[in-house]
Write a protein that binds this ligand. Structure first.
Ligand code: MN
Length: 497
């Protein structure tokens, strides 16, 4: 029989020889140090660490991240010291595991008003996207085993997953995860609605199976006749929770939800997508207003593809999604697909104290830990908040309002390496470049946002991956002042001219 270590080794697709050694070592170390602990289900605690690591392999994460997944509870639950972890596994793994541990200390507030702030806080606290991904994979396994948890806790954990974790995964474009997290939480948060929608889907989907299969064969034939060679056609069934939300928006008329099961055509090249859209439209009447070109205009989270909804000719209506393999992969893995092949980060990260978080978050939502430490790396807007808090300790309500304003006015974007950069809302690539280094700002040759070339005045959105293309000869232009939002960038531009 295959052992768990063998299973992990064959799931690990993205690791150097050195990293393979690291994963094996982390496996043994975690197993040994968690050996006296049990999960609520009674099984060995290590099973949870193993499952988290498997979830990370599923997202094609590097050996370093998988090793960190195996070790993610070692500081909190096995009493290992961060220094020891670093000594054995290096500073990168220590950084990720400490980050995950810190995220675990933020307690969910449970009111709508704070959800958005919580999500942003999570992203900001993670500092490195790998921390966030380990945390999401940890939560995925906790959701998969939620039925073993005490009844009173189930709803709170599921609601937190639905309102904080799943939307973060969605905004990072990792649909594979967000869909799974949503569908695992749904029955615990809305049990009656879950039952209702499940029944409806069963009826509708079963009825449609034959029709969909007939339609698939017909389309495959038409594509062949039009000279399209390399394609695959399948279906993606909508997640139950996202279907439920849509169902409410459509006043509970399930017949009007056309993408219950969408047909997906996967091609090799982008130009073929448009050709295939033409083939579909010349054979089937499209529904007006439902043709969406997310290739030319990607969704906020980077999603790309062509969507259309057509009459199949036998009284049915089906959504057809046309995309390339790359687009499909990115739709499933999102930001994870960009960092999957990233080498280990060189920088060692400073130990981030917990104190600053305590300063800005009402104490009721964070478990306190001892030890105090000032932190230079705390973004300035958070320091401002802390200062405000210290001056106005008695006026908690005002603080909450201010806090929300601060969060609302910030956006969080990523470097191609996955570092989180926080900027005022409305910032452009110019602000981004200067916030990394004045030299980078002074030599902006171009900018790529979510993998696409964009003009440098493009307003950045939460979750954008921004890459500055440096050109030695480029110089700051006065015009840039029009789209610079941060004081630092403005100052630099003025000084250079
Ligand atoms: Mn865990």
């Amino acid at each position: 029989m295959e052992t768990n270590l063998e299973k992990l080794m064959s799931a690990l697709k993205n690791a150097s020889g050195e990293e393979v050694g690291l994963v094996k070592k982390a496996y043994e170390f975690s197993k040994e140090n968690h050996k006296d602990q049990k999960r609520q289900s009674g099984e060995p605690y290590f099973n949870h660490c193993f499952a988290t690591a498997m979830n990370l392999c599923d997202l094609n994460m590097s050996g370093t991240v998988v090793a960190a997944g195996l070790l993610h509870d070692i500081l909190e639950d096995a009493g290992i010291k961060p220094e020891m972890l670093e000594e054995k596994f290096g500073s990168d793994i220590r950084f990720i595991v400490e980050g995950v541990t810190k995220l675990g200390l933020v307690k969910y507030h449970g009111t709508d008003r704070h959800n958005e702030s919580m999500r942003k806080l999570f992203v900001a606290m993670s500092q490195d996207i790998r921390v966030l991904i380990v945390k999401l994979c940890d939560r995925l396994h906790n959701m998969e085993t939620l039925s073993h948890v005490q009844k009173e806790k189930q709803e709170r954990i599921a609601r937190e997953t639905l309102e904080i974790y799943a939307p973060i995964a969605y905004r990072l474009g990792i649909r594979k995860l967000s869909k799974r997290l949503e569908d695992l939480s749904f029955p615990f948060v809305y049990p009656n609605e879950y039952k209702e929608i499940k029944e409806l889907v069963k009826e509708n989907y079963d009825k449609k199976q034959d029709m969909l299969e007939k339609f698939r064969k017909a389309v495959a034939k038409e594509l062949g006749q039009a000279g399209v060679r390399d394609f695959t056609i399948d279906y993606r069934v909508k997640g139950l929770y996202s279907l439920y939300k849509k169902y409410l928006r459509h006043n509970k008329e399930i017949e009007k939800i056309y993408d219950l099961a969408a047909m997906r055509i996967i091609l090799l090249k982008e130009e073929e997508c448009y050709k295939v859209l033409g083939v579909i439209h010349s054979n089937y009447q499209p529904l007006p207003g439902r043709i969406k070109d997310y290739i030319a205009f990607p969704k906020q989270n980077g999603y790309q593809g062509l969507h259309t909804t057509v009459f199949t000719g036998d009284g049915n209506i089906v959504e057809v999604q046309i995309k390339t393999e790359r687009m499909n992969k990115e739709a499933e893995f999102g930001i994870a697909s960009h960092i999957a092949y990233k080498a280990n980060s060189k920088k060692s990260r400073a130990n981030q104290g917990l104190e600053w978080i305590k300063k800005i978050i009402p104490l009721s939502i964070i478990k306190t830990k001892t030890g105090s430490q000032e932190n230079k790396d705390v973004p300035s807007w958070i320091r401002d908040l802390a200062a405000y808090h210290n001056e106005n300790k008695d006026k908690d309500n005002t603080l909450n309002e201010i806090k929300n304003d601060f969060f609302n006015e910030r956006i969080f974007v990523f470097t191609p390496k996955g570092d989180v950069i926080d900027l005022p809302a409305g910032s452009s690539a110019v602000d981004f470049a200067y916030s990394i280094h004045s030299d980078i700002g002074n030599h902006i040759g171009g900018v790529r946002i979510n993998g696409k070339m964009r003009s440098i005045d493009t307003e950045l959105k939460n979750g954008d991956i921004v890459e500055i293309i440096i050109s030695k000869n480029a110089k700051p232009k006065r015009k840039w002042l029009d789209y610079a939002k941060t004081t630092f960038a403005k100052k630099q531009i003025k000084n250079s001219g």
